[in-house]
Design a protein around this ligand. Sequence first.
Ligand SMILES: O=P(O)(O)OC[C@H]1O[C@H](OP(=O)(O)OP(=O)(O)O)[C@H](O)[C@@H]1O
Ligand SMILES: [Mg+2]
Length: 181
Amino acid sequence: MNSDIKEVLVSEEEINETIQRLGKQLTEEYQGKNPLLVCILRGAAMFMMDLVKSLDFKMEYDFMDVSSYGGENTVTTGDVRIIKDLDTSVRDRDVVIVEDIIDTGYTLDRLVELFESRHAKSIKLVSFLDKPARRIKHVKVDYIGVEIPDEFVVGYGMDYDEHYRNLPYVGVLKPEVYSTK
Ligand SMILES: O=P(O)(O)OC[C@H]1O[C@H](OP(=O)(O)OP(=O)(O)O)[C@H](O)[C@@H]1O
Ligand SMILES: [Mg+2]
């Protein structure tokens, strides 16, 4: 285990089981619908690439980069900025937004509003992690992987100051990692 990690919250095994379960649920829902899966960079990249391999239906995917935490922040600025937009039109498409984590809900709330304004046919949300304790915007997430407690987590795509995204599990950092920054 990485020496900066205090505790593993979601192991590689639990990640794999979660992907299989979500893949089955989405495969039931989207049979014959050709949805557009939208990966929200950068955090959701690892989850997205595992998830799509477990889907057994015709689909397309695209990427969008939004950010509201940035740098050493473990608290959102609430200002969700679009850094890279989609290349694909969502008009009249069944859209599935794929996120690594829903925390305050600002990011997903903003994206749902955006895709509604662009006339998506339907919008559903998939989030690998759910941290309900910190919710401010009460967005309905249709598919949730794992619910976690109120801790700032890293790994499996998620970062602290851009590091730790490559860890194959989700963990909590030791407090000294923040204090020595
Ligand atoms: O529910 P919220 O409070 O909005 O938080 C969740 C969002 O914050 C993180 O992204 P971030 O903006 O840090 O960018 P990143 O994905 O590039 O790390 C995370 O990947 C989610 O997209
Ligand atoms: Mg993100």
